[in-house]
Design a protein around this ligand. Sequence first.
Ligand code: OAD
Ligand code: ZN
Length: 229
Amino acid sequence: MQTIDPENFSAIVFFTGAGMSAESGVPTYRGKGGIWGSYSIDEYACEKAFERDPEKVLGFHEKRRRLVLDCEPHEGHRVIAGMPGVRVVTQNIDGMHQRAGSPDVTELHGTLWRLRCDTCGFQKDDYGREYETLQCVCGSWLRPDITWFGDMLDAVVMNRASEVIASCDLFISIGTSGVVWPAAGFPALARDSGAYCIEINPEPSGVSDYDRVIEGNAGEVLPELFSIS
Ligand code: OAD
Ligand code: ZN
């Protein structure tokens, strides 16, 4: 494989989706075995579902936390974490990049490991298998600090991601189907800003804007691409 020397670039961004965690054992959302094949978005992943039955929605997210805690970051996460100065912009909520040691991770869709109260604004980091508490001191239900369907993305997070991507010179997209907006617009933003753009995916997204498409799994391709053994 034609390798990449990170020294040739001044600002590298890894843009990741669920496929990045697939080899760790975390299911993706779409395709075979995908989460949305077994769980309906209307019942588990929107504000309305939470208003209707907060315990059911919290239970679903607690189950996902347990599953993720039973998984470990893989070699691909470690390759990224081992490259100084790179930035990660992820759609993932599983915290795998941070567990692998990546210091600069922008989480576009929030995280499984934080709860928030939409009544009083309280936020709480919570990393255990079970939630410490489901209720805020103000009496409202705490909700996972995750962008559900129909939610707006956090403007501060979105601006930071856009800035980081618009100013990179190497953009590597890994494991995303590229169908969920506004994140789906990031490869085009990188390209229009002049970055060299690579996609890594066993089933490439079909977006033709990439300079290079590498058909393969993140955990196998990343060490080869950066010739790390
Ligand atoms: P998807 O489930 O839509 O897509 C996963 C992608 O990963 C597919 O293109 C697969 O081909 C690819 N893939 C599978 N195994 C891989 C591997 N080992 N290495 C590399 N790629 C692999 O997941 P996302 O694109 O992340 O949002 O989904 C985007 C958003 O939709 C998620 O953040 C989530 C979801 O609904 C919210 O929940 C708000
Ligand atoms: Zn509150």
